[in-house]
Ligand binder design. Sequence first.
Ligand SMILES: [Zn+2]
Length: 125
Amino acid sequence: MDAPQGFRRSWLHWFTCPSCAHRSFFSYSAGRLGPDGKTIAVDYWCASCGCLCTLKDQWRLPAITLLCSLALFVSLYWLMIDGLGKPNVVWVLLWIACAVVGVNALLFLIGRFTNQYVATNRSEP
Ligand SMILES: [Zn+2]
């Protein structure tokens, strides 16, 4: 089954379908304007049954992402200040790569246990 137009695949984003309990390490998502025309709601599409759903608490994912990004910025800033004065820049690059991979893994693990989806009443776009 092909994803509906406008939906894109996100890797390492835990998805559990509320209708058929399909689980996946990636999700298909698309943003749309809310009913008031000011907010943006993110819809998720199930590749197994084709139903549309949304995150139960839509504020949680951007809030956690913002917190992890701030932690990544602080740690990278600290690494740059601490490591650039030393002659071995390879270690700095290695630690930066470890920090980026670590934050992505942390975001996936947090999403694995906090992302809860609810079915929407809207039909497929
Ligand atoms: Zn499903």
